[in-house]
Write a new protein. Structure first.
Length: 295
């Protein structure tokens, strides 16, 4: 459905073939192994060979002439770089931050243990603020939030749903105050609206976090790049998929590949994975999951 919108007649055959291939990736039908991990070969015209210049090419494809387009509202809203892990995302974001002119502003979070029954008294001394600051969690901004005017950012919490300020909304920074950050909305029905964000209290609810704690920080994160999971439900016009590591969850590869409206808008950078050919990667699909779904 995403591919069919706006397709011109000359691209119809290519679009249909790409769509059929995507559905096979989704269903785990692109190889002999029909359940679990399997090696698949990418379509050659969407794969960028690994090289010393590959990372710079990745940035150029996603954000061409970035300095000339900083003031364009449409430039950041439908393009991104997708990757698997937070450390990879941070690497990409930091690289692009160095390209953006202007001074940085640092916002530090205030982290503390929640005083409730879930936390034993012994944990209050064990988890000091420095240790809490080091926890890197996907639904929380970093302890050291470094921003520049012009950076694209993403909301990590529902701030004002009536105004479209929801988890996943993309914005661009206009002003950096000591306590308030002024942003312009880039997506959905409120494009161009001005939003003000400040520090709020956030408590992660995932059971994998070893202790229940509270972070006070602005609920945004730099989003030149985002995780594949965070891109779900989004339609993008330019996507660069950066895979220095292999996917590790069910349908993760399909989610990344299917964000675009055109095959020409997608490029994939595969690093040299041990024991695999240059244009191959792993796809993970557990087909037994489909047997439990009723339509």
């Amino acid at each position: 459905m995403r591919l069919s919108v706006g397709t011109i007649a000359s691209d119809q055959d290519e679009t249909e073939q790409f769509g059929e291939w995507l559905l096979k990736v989704c269903d785990g039908l692109t190889c002999d192994n029909m359940d679990g991990e399997s090696e698949i070969c990418r379509q050659g015209d969407i794969v960028t060979p690994s090289s010393d210049q590959a990372f710079d090419e990745l940035v150029h494809f996603s954000y061409p002439n970035i300095l000339d387009n900083m003031s364009s509202k449409d430039f950041f809203k439908a393009r991104t770089i997708l990757a698997l892990m937070l450390d990879i995302i941070e690497e990409v974001n930091n690289h692009l931050m160095t390209i953006i002119p202007g001074g940085k502003k640092l916002y530090l979070s205030s982290d503390s243990i929640c005083m409730d029954k879930r936390n034993m008294e012994s944990q209050l001394d064990l988890y000091d603020p420095k240790l809490l600051n080091s926890i890197n969690y996907s639904t929380l901004p970093p302890h050291k939030l470094i921003l520049k005017v012009g950076d694209p950012v993403m909301l990590l919490r529902n701030i004002d749903q009536s105004s479209g300020l929801c988890n996943g909304t993309r914005l661009q920074i206009r002003k950096l105050g000591n306590h308030v950050i002024e942003c312009e909305v880039l997506t959905d029905n409120n494009v161009g609206h001005i939003a003000l964000t400040s520090r709020i209290n956030m408590v992660p609810t995932n059971e994998t976090v070893p202790v229940r704690f509270q972070q006070r920080q602005s609920s945004i994160i730099v989003s030149f790049a985002m995780t594949i999971n965070k891109s779900q439900r989004q339609t993008l016009f330019h996507v660069r998929l950066y895979l220095p590591k292999l996917v590790f969850t069910h349908s993760q590869l399909y989610v990344a590949l299917s964000r675009v409206k055109s095959k020409r808008s997608l490029k994939v950078l595969l690093m040299n994975h041990v024991g695999m050919s240059a244009n191959s990667t792993i796809n993970i699909v557990y087909r037994k999951v489909f047997k439990k779904i009723e339509f």
